[in-house]
Design a binder for this molecule. Structure first.
Ligand code: COS
Length: 380
C-alpha cells in the first residue's frame, strides 16, 4: 500500500474535494453539451492543479510528480474530459520548464499555471500518422533568424483553446528522428488555422481539433531546445505524459467501480441486493485488485520521475496496465448495472465511453509494448 506524505495528501485532498463537490456535479451535463470546461479549468488553476509539478517561481505548486499523479487520479473521478485537458496542460508546462530558455519559461509557464491561458497543447500527431512519430511531415524552413512553418496536425487536445502549442516539425529533410525540432506556437498566430472539432465517442467536453500551418512565421525565440533535438524532447515529454494518462485511467476506473459498489448495494434481484451474489462480488473484487495494482504502478513511475531516475519503461508499463485495466473495469461496471449501464441515467455509460481513448492517446498500448520490450531486450 502506498503512503502519501503530508504535502502529497494535502494536494490529493484538495483535488478530491474539487472533483467530488464541483466536477462530479457537472460532468454529465458538460458531456451531454460537449462544452469545454473553461470555468472549471480556471478554478483548478487557482487550486494549483495546472502546474502541480512546476516550480513556484513559474506559478506552479512545486508539489512533485507523485502529488501530480494523486491529483490526476482524483480529478479524473470527477470529470475525465477536464482531467485530460489538465493532463496535457501540465505536460506542456513541465516540458517548457525542462527544455525552455529562462525567457521562454517566464513568458509561457505562468500563463499556463495561472489559467490565463485556458490550456496548453501538444502538437505531434499528424493525419498521416501518430505512432510513427519520427515520420512526421510538418516542416519548418529557415528564414533569416527565424523559421516558416507549414503542415498539419491531428488529434490535438485543446488545440483551439491553447495559448501555447508545442509543435514538432522537420527542420532537416530526410534525417529521420534527428531532423526534427520543437517550436512554441502561440494561439492566434497568423498562419495558424483551426480545423474541425472532432465529434468523439467520449471525453466530449474536451476539445480535439486538427490544425493547419500556412507560412506561419516563427521568431528565433520560438524554437524549444536545440535545433534537431525535438524528437528526444517529444519522447521525454511523453514519458511523463504517460504517467499522467495512467493516473487518469485509474481515476476513471475508480469512479466506475465506486458507482458499481453503490449499485450492487441498492439494486435487488431474487429477493437480495445483487451485491449479495458471488458473481457480482467476485467481479468487484477483481476490479478493485487490478485497479490497486495499476495505481501502484503509476505511483512507482511517478516516484522514479520525482527522484530524477530513468522511468521510460515504468511509465509505459503504468500506462499499458492502467489503461487496459480501466477499460476492463468500465466494461464490468456496465455489466453490473445491466441495462441501466447502457443508458445515460447512470454515470458508468459515460465512464465506458471516456476510458476508451486512454489506450490510444499518448501512445497506443502497442507503442507501450514497443517501449517496454525494447528496454527488456537491449544489451546492457
Ligand atoms: N527520452 C529521450 N530520448 C528518447 C526517448 C526517451 N524516452 N526515447 C527515444 N529517444 C531518442 C533515442 O535515444 C533516439 O536517439 P538516438 O538516435 O540519438 O539514439 C531517438 O530518440 C529515436 O528513438 P527510437 O529509435 O526509439 O525512435 P523510433 O522512431 O523507433 O520510435 C516509438 C519509437 C514508437 C517508441 C516512438 O515513435 C513513439 O513513442 N511513438 C508514439 C508517439 C506517441 O505517443 N504519440 C501520441 C502523441 S500524443 S496523442
Amino acid at each position: 500500500m502506498f503512503e502519501a506524505d503530508e504535502h502529497q495528501r494535502l494536494v490529493q485532498e484538495t483535488a478530491r474535494r474539487y472533483a467530488q463537490d464541483a466536477l462530479a456535479q457537472v460532468a454529465a451535463q458538460l458531456d451531454r453539451e460537449g462544452r469545454f470546461p473553461a470555468e472549471q479549468l480556471r478554478e483548478l488553476a487557482e487550486l494549483g492543479m495546472m502546474g502541480v509539478n512546476i516550480p513556484e517561481e513559474y506559478g506552479g505548486a512545486q508539489a512533485g510528480a507523485v502529488a501530480y499523479a494523486l491529483a490526476m487520479m482524483e480529478i479524473a473521478q470527477g470529470c475525465a474530459s477536464t482531467a485530460v485537458t489538465m493532463a496535457v496542460t501540465n505536460m506542456v508546462g513541465e516540458t517548457i520548464v525542462k527544455f525552455g530558455t529562462p525567457e521562454q519559461r517566464r513568458r509561457y509557464v505562468p500563463e499556463l499555471t495561472s489559467g490565463r491561458f485556458a490550456a496548453g497543447s501538444f502538437g505531434l500527431s499528424e493525419p498521416s500518422g501518430g505512432s510513427d512519430a519520427a515520420a512526421l511531415r510538418t516542416s519548418a524552413r529557415r528564414d533569416g533568424s527565424g523559421w516558416v512553418l507549414n503542415g498539419e496536425k491531428q488529434w490535438i487536445t485543446s488545440g483551439d483553446r491553447a495559448g501555447v502549442i508545442i509543435v514538432w516539425a522537420r527542420t532537416q529533410p530526410g534525417s529521420g528522428s534527428h531532423g526534427i525540432s520543437a517550436f512554441l506556437v502561440e494561439g492566434g498566430q497568423k498562419g495558424l488555422h483551426l480545423g474541425k472539432r472532432e465529434d468523439k465517442m467520449g471525453l466530449r467536453a474536451s476539445s480535439t481539433v486538427s490544425l493547419a500551418f500556412e507560412e506561419l512565421r516563427l521568431r528565433a525565440d520560438q524554437l524549444l531546445g536545440e535545433e534537431g533535438h525535438g524528437f528526444a524532447i517529444a519522447m521525454a515529454a511523453l514519458d511523463g505524459g504517460r504517467v499522467g494518462i495512467a493516473s487518469q485511467a485509474v481515476g476513471i476506473g475508480t469512479a466506475a467501480l465506486r458507482a458499481s459498489v453503490k449499485y450492487a448495494k441498492e439494486r435487488r434481484a431474487f429477493g437480495h441486493p445483487i451485491g449479495d451474489f458471488q458473481a457480482i462480488r467476485f467481479m468487484l473484487a477483481d476490479c478493485d485488485t487490478q485497479l490497486e495494482a495499476a495505481r501502484l504502478l503509476a505511483l512507482h513511475a511517478a516516484g522514479l520521475k520525482e527522484r530524477g531516475r530513468p522511468f521510460s519503461r515504468e511509465g509505459s508499463m503504468a500506462k499499458l496496465f492502467a489503461t487496459e485495466t480501466a477499460n476492463r473495469v468500465c466494461d464490468v461496471a456496465v455489466q453490473v448495472h445491466g441495462g441501466y449501464g447502457y443508458i445515460d441515467e447512470f454515470p458508468v455509460e459515460r465512464h465506458y465511453r471516456d476510458v476508451r481513448a486512454s489506450t490510444l492517446y499518448e501512445g497506443t498500448s502497442e507503442v507501450q509494448r514497443v517501449v517496454i520490450s525494447r528496454d527488456l531486450l537491449k544489451d546492457r
